[in-house]
Design a binder for this molecule. Structure first.
Ligand code: ZN
Length: 415
C-alpha cells in the first residue's frame, strides 16, 4: 500500500532534501481572506499542509463565504505556487482520502509525459509530496494533538498558530527521463527580390499524430495528413513558379513540424531556435485539418474556419478576405476566432507559437467531427475537391503575403 506520491509535474531541479523539521502551514493558502503563511519564515524549509480549505462547522467555506469551495480546494498548483512564493522547498500535502486519490491518479502517475528539453521537465518550485493521513500521523508523532488544535482554530476562522514539527526526514525524488528525438522538416524557397528575400513567409502544418494505441492505428488523415499535403502542394507551386522565373519576392519556408499533439512542441522548438531571424519573419500561415465538412456546413462545403487573422495584423485579415473575394469565394467562418470561444482553437495549433512571438499568424481549419482523434480519421472521408479549393485559396493568400511591396504590419496590440 502506498502512503505517499510525487507527481512528475512537480519534479524539481533538486533531487534530494533533508531537514530536521517541518513547518505546519494550515491549508497552505495565501488569500486576502485567509493567509496560512502570515508571520511564517519557511525559506528553504518543508511545510506540511492539509488539502482543501477552512470550512465552518455549518459547512460554510471561509474564503467564499458560501457552501461553494474556492479554487484553493481543487487546484494543487495554486498551493504549490503559494508555498514556492514563500520560499518553501518541499510541500507535504495531507490527502484526507489518499486511497481514492492515488487510485484516480494512477494512470496519470505512471504514464509518460513529453516535453521539450529535459530542463523544462523539471519545475523550479517546491517538490510536492501527497501523503496519507497515516503517514501524516507518523510525521507529527507526539505533536499530532497540537496540529489538530491548530487546524481547528483555522476552521473556526481564528488566526493560524504556527507549529514546527520535530520531524527529521529525507526525501529523494528521481525523474525517469527518456530522450526522444523528433524532426521538423524545412523546405526553403529563396525569394527573388534582392532586398525582400531577407524576409520570410512561413507556411506550416504538423505531420505528427497519435500513433498506435494497443491495436488501434490512428490514421490522422484529416489531422493532419490534409494540412501536410496542402503545405507540400503550396511548396510545389512556389518552387514551380520559381523554376519558371516567376518565384516569390520574399522567401518562403514550408515547414512540417512535429510534436503538435504533445503540446505544439515542434513549432515551439522552431520559434525558440529559429533558422531564419524572427524579426524578418513576416507571417505564419498554418494549416491543420482541411477537407472534412462539419455539421454546420453540410449544405455549403465550400467554407473554411479562419482563426487568428486579425489578432496581430489588420492587413493580414484584409488580404485573406480580398484574395477570397477575388479568387476563391469560400465562406470564411470566423466563429472560432471569437476571443471567448470555449474551444480555444487559436491556442491549439502551431501558429500560436509564432503569434506568441509577435508574428502575425493565420490558421485554416475545417472544424471538428466525430472522427477527430479517433482511429476512424481515415482518408476516404476527405473531400479532395473541397480540400483542393481550400489549398488554392491558402496559396493565393500566401502568394500575396510573399509578393506585396510592404510586409504586413503588426498594428493590433495583443493581450
Ligand atoms: Zn492537428
Amino acid at each position: 500500500m502506498w502512503d505517499f506520491l510525487c507527481t512528475k509535474r512537480f519534479a524539481t531541479e533538486r533531487e534530494e532534501f533533508t531537514d530536521q523539521e517541518i513547518t505546519f502551514a494550515g491549508y497552505g493558502i495565501t488569500d486576502p481572506k485567509h493567509n496560512d503563511y502570515l508571520g511564517l519564515n519557511i525559506q528553504g524549509k518543508a511545510v506540511i499542509i492539509y488539502e482543501g480549505e477552512p470550512v465552518s462547522k455549518r459547512g460554510k467555506y471561509r474564503i467564499t463565504g458560501s457552501k461553494e469551495p474556492s479554487s484553493w480546494s481543487q487546484d494543487w498548483r495554486k498551493k504549490v505556487k503559494a508555498a514556492g512564493e514563500q520560499g518553501a522547498s518541499v510541500v507535504f500535502m495531507i490527502a484526507s482520502d489518499f486511497k481514492t486519490l492515488s487510485g484516480q491518479m494512477r494512470r496519470f502517475m505512471i504514464g509518460p509525459t513529453i516535453s521539450l528539453g529535459e530542463q523544462e521537465a523539471r519545475s523550479k518550485g517546491p517538490a510536492l509530496v501527497i501523503i496519507s493521513t497515516a503517514m501524516a500521523r507518523d510525521l507529527m508523532g507526539a505533536q499530532v494533538d497540537e496540529i489538530i488544535t491548530a487546524r481547528k482554530r483555522i476552521d473556526k476562522g481564528k488566526k493560524p498558530q504556527p507549529v514546527v514539527l520535530k520531524a527529521p526526514f529525507e526525501l529523494t525524488t528521481r525523474l525517469g527521463v527518456q530522450r526522444i528525438n523528433g524532426s521538423n522538416v524545412l523546405g526553403y524557397i529563396e525569394g527573388s527580390d534582392p532586398v525582400l528575400k531577407d524576409e520570410l513567409v512561413v507556411v506550416t502544418a504538423h505531420f505528427d499524430h497519435l500513433g498506435k494505441r494497443g491495436e488501434d492505428i490512428y490514421n490522422g488523415a484529416n489531422d493532419n495528413g490534409s494540412g501536410t499535403s496542402t503545405v507540400l502542394e503550396i511548396a510545389q507551386a512556389f518552387a514551380l513558379a520559381k523554376q519558371k522565373g516567376m518565384g516569390p519576392r520574399r522567401s518562403v519556408l514550408a515547414m512540417l513540424v512535429t510534436g503538435e499533439e504533445k503540446g505544439l512542441l515542434g513549432s515551439e522548438y522552431y520559434v525558440e531556435n529559429p533558422v531564419f531571424p524572427l524579426e524578418q519573419t513576416v507571417v505564419n500561415v498554418n494549416v491543420d485539418m482541411v477537407g472534412r465538412i462539419d455539421k454546420k456546413h453540410e449544405d455549403n462545403p465550400d467554407y473554411i474556419y479562419v482563426i487568428g487573422s486579425n489578432r496581430l495584423s489588420t492587413e493580414l485579415h484584409l488580404i485573406n478576405e480580398s484574395m477570397n473575394a477575388r479568387y476563391s469565394n469560400l465562406e470564411l467562418d470566423y466563429t472560432y476566432n471569437a476571443k471567448d470561444d470555449p474551444n480555444r482553437y487559436y491556442q491549439r495549433s502551431d501558429h500560436y507559437n509564432f503569434a506568441e512571438k509577435g508574428i502575425p499568424a493565420i490558421f485554416f481549419f475545417n472544424g471538428s467531427h466525430e472522427d477527430y482523434h479517433r482511429p476512424t480519421d481515415t482518408i476516404e472521408k476527405i473531400d479532395f475537391d473541397v480540400m483542393a479549393r481550400i489549398g488554392r485559396h491558402i496559396f493565393y493568400t500566401t502568394w500575396e503575403l510573399a509578393n506585396r511591396d510592404q510586409r504586413i504590419q503588426v498594428d493590433v496590440i495583443s493581450e
